[in-house]
Write a protein that binds this ligand. Structure first.
Ligand code: FES
Length: 106
């Protein structure tokens, strides 16, 4: 089961960029691409850099520290897609002008 949490208003995350938000104890990166929002764990699985501060190239975010690349849609580590390394992603939605992210309920 998940619960949606409002993280920002439409317009607060610029096109092609990410922002990090603290949501019920998790640090989540939310990216905007072509009017859609994508959410994943902010901490890079490699050494914990903020992926929200990475470079977004299409659907791929490049980690700002060592340039590992992750798909913002499904979290796959695109440098090594057969690896089990994957960054967890979260469902998003827009209600009115609020961007919301679904977080699993413990
Ligand atoms: S911390 Fe992200 S690639 Fe190293």
């Amino acid at each position: 089961m998940t619960e949606f949490h409002t993280v920002a208003k439409v317009g607060q995350i610029p096109e092609g960029e990410g922002r990090a938000f603290q949501i019920v104890g998790r640090l989540i990166a939310v990216f905007q691409r072509q009017g859609q929002y994508f959410a994943m764990n902010d901490a890079c699985p490699h050494m914990g850099a903020s992926l929200a501060e990475g470079y977004l190239d299409g659907e791929i975010v490049h980690c700002p520290w060592h340039a590992w690349r992750f798909c913002i849609k499904d979290g796959v580590w695109v440098d090594n897609p057969k690896s089990k390394t994957c960054n967890p992603t979260y469902e998003t939605r827009v209600i009115g002008d609020e961007i919301q992210v679904a977080i699993p309920v413990a």
